[in-house]
Design a protein around this ligand. Structure first.
Ligand SMILES: Cc1ncc(COP(=O)(O)O)c(C=O)c1O
Length: 354
């Protein structure tokens, strides 16, 4: 019997990339985030596909993942920003990664790795989120050291950037204003970054001013909403992923599916979660280690063990990733990134209705 399976709709992904491109216009670049195994979709499939579909650049969290992405995407600019002192900065350089740098210490690590050609860096400043990024009191030293390293041919400062808290329009505009202050301090230190970037999915839609030269799109690109009160479909995006699981046992009123929390499925915390088997809605009563248990009344004639049931996502009516996020009291990102990397994934070329 086959196990759970993830199907990725290529046309939905292309639709989302095209939607983003239309939203951004020709002057704003699209950096597509493929961090966390491309939000559970499978980084090795998604990364080359979005570049082929028109994304300009890619983003991952760490250098090690960036090196793996470089194997499947030889050319596109590729940013990694979650850096540790023991990371292999030399590998970043040989694989032509760009690094998101937040501290003088990280600049020092880059210098120690003695890149043969200048390593391209995006200097990150804190603009209110308090998660990475040089704080305002650190800017003068941070930018001075960066400028010295640029003059010495160790780095090229390509970008100045930050990340939004997305708590309100006001907080995003205030972050934008702080980023502009940082740009002034950087210029005073002798830096002339080519681009600035600030927004991810939420900010890019809610506060167009924050799009600047490039947006780092993640979750919405996969057709899952970053908002509490709008689905991605309402916003014109299409879900890319469908998680399917095989029927492993059928009793009079219960169907067991072969996918559980060991493969990364979160357990609903409130009653009301419903999965359709064929046209019949069944109550999701438990997510066990290797099984999901569905209960209700159904006619078993058309069912048999081994049949695949869409459990989440595009082809699972009423069980979108957003619905799962609601049932499990979390956000879509969390539902997706838990899906075990060993679950087989493949693209389907099924059309989407427009
Ligand atoms: C720095 C940074 N940029 C971009 C993204 C992508 O965000 P989203 O998935 O909300 O589009 C993230 C996600 O966590 C992030 O941390």
């Amino acid at each position: 019997m086959t196990g759970p399976h993830i199907e990725l709709n290529r046309a939905a992904l292309a639709h989302n990339v095209a939607q983003i491109r239309e939203l951004l216009g020709s002057d704003v670049s699209l950096m597509f985030a493929v961090k966390s195994n491309a939000y559970g979709h499978g980084m090795e499939l998604i990364a080359p596909e979005v570049i082929a579909q028109g994304a300009d650049e890619l983003a991952v969290l760490d250098i090690q993942t960036g090196v793996a992405v470089r194997d499947v995407v030889p050319e596109a600019p590729l940013l990694a920003w979650l850096l540790e002192p023991l990371d292999n900065y030399a590998a970043a350089s040989t694989h032509r990664l760009e690094l998101g740098i937040s501290t003088v210490e990280q600049l020092t690590m880059v210098a120690k790795s003695a890149p043969k050609t200048p390593l391209v860096v995006h200097l990150k400043v804190d603009t209110g989120l308090h998660r990475n990024g040089a704080t305002a009191n650190q800017w003068p030293e941070f930018f001075t050291v960066a400028a010295e390293l640029e003059r010495a041919g160790v780095i090229t400062v390509r970008a100045l950037w930050s990340h939004l808290a997305d708590t309100s329009i006001e907080s995003s505009l205030s972050a934008l204003s702080r980023l502009q202050d940082a740009a002034t301090t950087a210029r005073d230190a002798g830096l002339h970054p080519e681009i600035m970037h600030l927004a991810a999915s939420h900010g890019a839609l809610e506060v167009p001013e924050t799009r600047l030269d490039m947006v780092r799109f993640g979750i919405l690109g996969y057709g899952v909403s970053p908002f509490d009160h709008h689905t991605a479909e309402d916003l014109g995006f299409r879900p890319v992923l469908t998680l399917l699981a095989p029927i492993t046992r059928i009793t009079e009123d219960t169907i067991f599916l072969g996918m559980g929390y060991r493969q990364g499925l979160l357990s609903p915390l409130t009653p009301g979660a419903t999965i359709r088997v064929g046209h019949t809605p069944l109550e999701l009563v438990a997510v066990e280690a290797d099984h999901t248990v569905l209960r209700g009344s159904f006619s078993p004639e058309h069912l048999q063990e081994g049949m695949m049931v869409p459990l989440m996502g595009a082809n699972a009516p009423g069980a979108s990733v957003e619905a799962w996020a609601g049932w499990t009291h979390t956000i879509g990102d969390e539902v997706l990134v838990r899906l075990h990397p060993d679950i087989p994934r493949n693209f389907s070329d099924a059309p989407i209705d427009s």
